[in-house]
Every structure is written in C-alpha cells, then in structure tokens.
Design a protein around this ligand. Structure first.
Ligand code: BGC
Ligand code: ZN
Length: 370
C-alpha cells in the first residue's frame, strides 16, 4: 500500500510502497484511511525539526489528523462495525506505572513525556491507505460528518482548551448558556489570535459556546480568511490596521484570549490586554529564540490584581474529541460554507511530498485517500 514517510537519516520525505496490514488481531480493527489533514507539525517533521520514527524503523509514516472507515474488525471487537467512520486519537500512553495520567487514560496530560504520538513521535501515522488500530483510541464519527470529520483532531485541541476554561471559571460566577439556547446578548468576549485552522476552529467553538468572538490576525480585512470569520458570526480584526491597544479599548473587557499563532511577543503583548478574571489559553508552539523584552512587572501585577489565569494546552483526551464531534455537527448545520472554506485544498497522497516542501497559502490542506 502507498504511504507518505519521512526518512530522517536521509532527509527525505516520499511516497513509499509498504506491505499493507493483514487481518486484524482479535482485539483490533483495520481502518481504510479516508482523509488526513496536513498541519504545521507535519511541515516541521518534513523539515526534520521534529518527529521520531518508531523504535528500530528508519522512517516515520506521517499524518495525525485522520478520518477513517472501519474495514475489518477482529473477533473480540464489539464497539465498532465495518463501515463505521472514526477519528483516531493521536497520543498513546507511556509505559510507566507512576504516570497517573496515562494509567487513567489521560495521556494528553502524560507526566513522563514517554508517550507516543501517531505520525509524530514513535508511532506511524495515518497517511497511508490502511492501518490497524486498537479500538480504545478510536472516536466514532457520524457518517453525515464524513465531509468534515478530518477536522475532529484539530478541533479537539480547541475543545480541550475550552473545557479547561469552564473548569477554571468555576472559581467565580461565570455561567453561560450555549448560543442555541439564547436569543441575543453574548455571555462573554473572546479574542482569538491567528486565523489558521486551530484559530478558526477555536473561534467557531467559542461562538457556539456563546462568546462574542473576535479573530485578530495579519491577513487583510478583505481577505478570504476575514470573509470566513464573518460567515460564522465572529468579527475579523486585521492586526495591520488595528493595534492591540486600540482593539482592547474598542472591545472593553476581554474574558478569554485564545492564542493560536505561536508568536511569543504577540502572546505576551495580548496578555497585557486580558480583562479582569480573564483566562489566557496558549496553543501555539513557538520555535526557540533568544530572550525578548516583556513588561514582566506589569504582567505579573495584572495577573495578581485581576485574578487572571494563563495556561498552555496540548493534545486532547476522549471527551474533548467527543465535544469536537458534537460541535462539528453544529458547525456543519449552521455554517457549512465556513467549514468548506476552511478546507482550502484536497490533494492526493502523491502530491504530499511537494506540498510539504512548499508552504502553501491556504488554510487547511486535506489528503483524500479513498
Ligand atoms: C497535534 C497534537 C500533538 C502536538 C504535539 C499537534 O500538531 O495536533 O495532537 O499533541 O502536535 O506533538
Ligand atoms: Zn505518561
């Protein structure tokens, strides 16, 4: 079967033919891969800045944002049937007894760092025609979501962030009803930094959760990305036209900032504009850089005097994947054109090496496999 693999030693990323999986073991299922999304992590792996083949292998099969169809089930599997759509979870637990998170099925909070990640770290990914998986790591996706199910994994990142916002804000009166159950008036105000896939999906989730949502990014105010943002009832603000100070004084209190650019100076500048009792979520991963000046005393003072919380979040557990499936269903009913606009290209497996070498201008490129 055809796969896309990175060979770190040879610094090569290419389409390779490998033997396909046979019949699944009694406890496993065989998946036919339907679609796999490409993200920044894949670009980093393709440039050998990141990524680690499984032990003993000279290559890593790429791809961690996947939608698949169950093609065969082992004799012992009752939870899934042939023809079911699923999104595989990326992270697998570390082997250590002392890791309470992994032992409790919360490897997204692994304490040891010895977890594996499909297509990223120590485990092959999903850019192939088929693979065999343990059903414990599969999330059911309704067939009606086949067109967008590839977005479950990236959306799960945002959902995990939101789950934590609700948990943190239980510290004060901060309730909010979902948008569908309210007539007008937004509950809270959120600013999303960055209009990439994680920013856009996060913004959609925030709107759905009842936040008056602003997406702050550098693309022009008449760019396709800005148009997409208004299609899902958020407001786009171009950072080239409006500085952070102006944004903050125009908006008033900012209850949540959701960072999805990975640009550290921007994150810290935005942190200074976070409102009283506000929560700041970091999802972007910056590359290493030298020291930079930040207003540390001012930031610290505000964090304390205004009860602010800042947290980072990576990967996601099962419940965040389930929230992603639920929200994708809502998005696909309310704003199908926004989801279609987010997936800016569908390509074949054979196009992946070139696509990873360049860095196209689109939002989300998806590999269609079957
Ligand atoms: C993936 C996460 C993963 C992270 C770090 C991201 O691109 O979406 O699932 O945990 O990379 O490897
Ligand atoms: Zn662990």
């Amino acid at each position: 079967m055809k796969t896309i693999a990175a060979f770190p030693e040879r610094r090569e990323v290419k389409l390779v033919d490998v033997p396909g999986p046979g019949e699944p073991d009694p406890g496993q299922v065989r998946l036919r891969m339907r679609e796999v999304g490409i993200c920044g992590t894949d670009h980093e792996i393709a440039h050998f800045a990141y990524g680690e083949p499984p032990e003993g292998a000279d290559h890593l099969i790429l791809g961690h944002e996947a939608l698949a169809e169950v093609e065969a089930v082992g004799g012992g599997v009752t939870a899934f049937h042939v023809g079911d759509f699923v999104a595989p979870m990326v992270r697998r637990p570390c082997p250590h007894k002392r890791c309470r998170s992994c032992r409790a099925g919360r490897q997204d909070f692994c304490f040891t760092g010895d977890f594996a990640e499909s297509g990223i770290k120590g485990k092959h990914g999903f850019m192939s025609e088929a693979c065999v998986e343990d059903p414990a790591y599969l999330v059911p996706v309704p067939a009606e979501l086949a067109r967008y199910g590839v977005l479950v994994e990236p959306l799960s990142i945002a959902e995990k962030g939101l789950q934590q916002v609700w948990q943190v804000q239980q510290r004060l009166p901060w309730s909010c009803e979902p948008r569908a159950e309210r007539e007008k008036a937004w509950c809270h105000r959120a600013v999303v930094l960055g209009a990439g896939p994680i920013g856009m999906l996060g913004a959609m989730a925030l709107v759905t959760a009842g936040f008056e949502t602003y997406v702050y990014s550098r693309e022009a105010a008449d760019s396709p990305r800005a148009g997409l943002v208004s299609a899902f009832e958020a407001e786009y603000v171009c950072s080239e036209e409006t500085g952070l100070d102006e944004l903050a004084s125009d908006l008033g209190e900012i209850d949540v900032v959701y960072e999805a650019t990975g640009v550290s100076w921007l994150a810290f500048a935005a942190l200074e504009r976070l409102g009283i009792n506000g929560v700041f979520i970091l999802t972007g991963i910056p590359g290493e850089k030298g020291p930079e000046e930040v207003e540390s005393a001012r930031i610290m003072r505000r964090l304390v005097l205004q009860n602010q919380v800042i947290f980072g979040t990576v990967n996601a557990g099962r419940s965040a994947h389930e929230d992603a499936v639920r929200d994708l269903q809502r998005f696909s009913r309310q704003w199908p054109e926004a989801l279609d606009g987010l997936i800016t290209a569908r390509i074949g497996l054979e196009d992946v090496p070139d696509t990873l070498r360049e860095r196209g201008g689109g939002i989300k490129t998806v590999v269609s496999i079957a």
